[in-house]
Ligand binder design. Structure first.
Ligand code: HEM
Length: 424
């Protein structure tokens, strides 16, 4: 059996993720009726949709059996795939960052920056990050009683943190934000490069390529600078780092900057904005958190589960195998549906409720296994600090209009979260 057309459409359609209910209802149907099954959608190669928490982990755990690099690591149409392969000498990916690598390269390239992202190193950044958080909260207070929490705080704060980590100067941050939104929001006319709906594959890839080229020009100059004058930043690690005793290849180095500069904030921004939205809508949970700030860590975990900003990654089977009783053939393509894993009724009690005190929150929003999010400790630390600083100053908050979400089936989160608030 393959998946009914309207359900498969909701899995691929970027608009379904802006709608939120449409994608969650489709995933709920799949978990109940076809937890691991094939989607056949016009214009796409057939692919398995993996909706159960246990199956997502089972696949991600076996990273030599399920690869990232052999087929596109994100869902793409047949036409786009052919065009990218033609441009990239046969490779299905425009970039070659950690998420588009398998062993042995993946391990070597991940080792280069792993230490940077470990909690003991990040502790050194805690004071700086707290200062940054306070600055944004002061700006929020200066706005009076109303703001768009997504645009005024949540987009800018993680951006500023990761840019400091990389070594991008303050004056270039708006450009980095714009380029990131163009890349992840390529399917959304409100944020993409041209500001128009993209129905033509050639034009869509052209836009993405133009954005990637802008990034590469920027980071190319930065590499030269850090080779001449290394500093204490991540850019210097990438510019001067060695893999297999050689400097990083051009594509690999540029891809490293780009993944850090994009994945390093959009995901955290989406989660932070989503947390504010959920708290404003659930006054009981907000009160619980305000009365007991020791719940901040569990609220942060819950907001990551709740929002799940990364909607999927793809894997490709390297051999015939079996998962959850289904026969997967060599070269089959699998869509890991993280938002579905994070609403799995077999793992989460009352999964559609936002609970600031949810116990042992084993969500898969950061993925699992060898590719598990490299920035997860940084993301959690940033969000913890923001809420530690914001909550003591916040007397009340409520929605002040209807929030909206980005149309995207890869990375998507709130676009606007208008709030009315009182602060000390
Ligand atoms: C990988 C989610 C924040 C950098 C990933 C993956 C997911 C993810 C789902 C793929 C994991 C897999 O394939 O198993 C998130 C979420 C975040 C977040 C939900 C925030 C709430 C960050 C931050 C950085 C970052 C702050 C900082 C640079 C990376 C990198 C990878 C990655 C470099 C590739 C790891 C690899 O393939 O080895 N992230 N991420 N992420 N993330 Fe994050």
């Amino acid at each position: 059996m393959s998946i009914p057309a309207h359900i498969a459409d909701a899995v691929v359609d970027p608009k379904a993720y802006a709608d939120w209910d449409r994608s969650h209802e489709a995933f709920a149907w799949l978990r109940k009726n076809a937890p691991l099954d094939v989607a056949e959608v016009e214009g796409f190669d057939p692919f398995w949709v993996v909706t159960k928490h246990a199956d997502i982990k089972d696949i991600e755990r076996q990273n030599d059996l399920f690869h990232n690099e052999d087929r596109s690591a994100t869902l793409t149409t047949i036409e786009a795939d052919q065009k990218v392969r033609a441009m990239m000498g046969g490779s299905p990916n425009l970039l070659r960052s950690l998420v588009q690598m398998d062993n042995p390269d993946h391990l070597q390239y991940r080792r280069l920056t792993q230490g940077w992202f470990m909690p003991q190193n990040l502790r050194k950044l805690e004071d700086d990050i707290r200062q940054i958080a306070r600055g944004f909260i002061d700006q929020m207070a200066d706005k009076g009683n109303e703001c768009d929490f997504a645009k005024d705080v949540a987009f800018l704060y993680p951006l500023h943190v990761i840019m400091k980590v990389i070594g991008v100067p303050l004056e270039d941050e708006p450009r980095m934000l714009k380029l990131t939104q163009e890349l992840f929001g390529a399917q959304d006319p409100d944020v993409n490069r041209t500001g128009e709906a993209v129905s033509d594959t050639e034009a869509g890839i052209g836009n993405i390529m133009a954005t990637v080229t802008d990034f590469m020009t920027y980071f190319g100059a930065m590499t030269e600078d850090r080779r001449k004058c290394p500093r204490e930043d991540l850019a210097s690690v990438i510019a001067n780092g060695k893999v297999y005793d050689e400097p990083l290849g051009q594509l690999e180095a540029m891809s490293y900057y780009i993944i850090a500069a994009t994945a390093g904030h959009d995901t955290t921004s989406g989660t932070t904005a989503g947390a504010m939205w959920a708290l404003a809508e659930n006054q009981g949970e907000l009160r619980k958190l305000m009365d007991d700030p020791s719940l901040i860590n569990s609220m942060v975990d819950e907001s990551i589960r709740w929002e799940t900003p990364v909607k999927h990654f793809m894997r490709t089977a390297m051999e015939d195998t079996e998962i959850a009783g289904q026969k997967i053939r060599k070269n089959d393509w699998l869509f890991l549906a993280y938002p579905s894993g994070n609403r799995d009724e077999d793992v989460f009690d009352d999964p559609y409720s936002f609970k600031v005190d949810r116990p042992s929150n084993k969500h898969v929003a950061f993925g699992y296994g060898a590719h598990v999010c490299l920035g997860q400790h940084l993301a959690k630390m940033e969000m913890r600090i923001l809420w530690e600083e914001l909550l003591p100053r916040l007397r009340s908050v409520e929605l002040n209009g209807t929030p909206t979400r980005v149309q995207a089936n890869f990375v998507s989160g709130p676009k606007s979260v208008p709030i009315r608030f009182e602060m000390n």
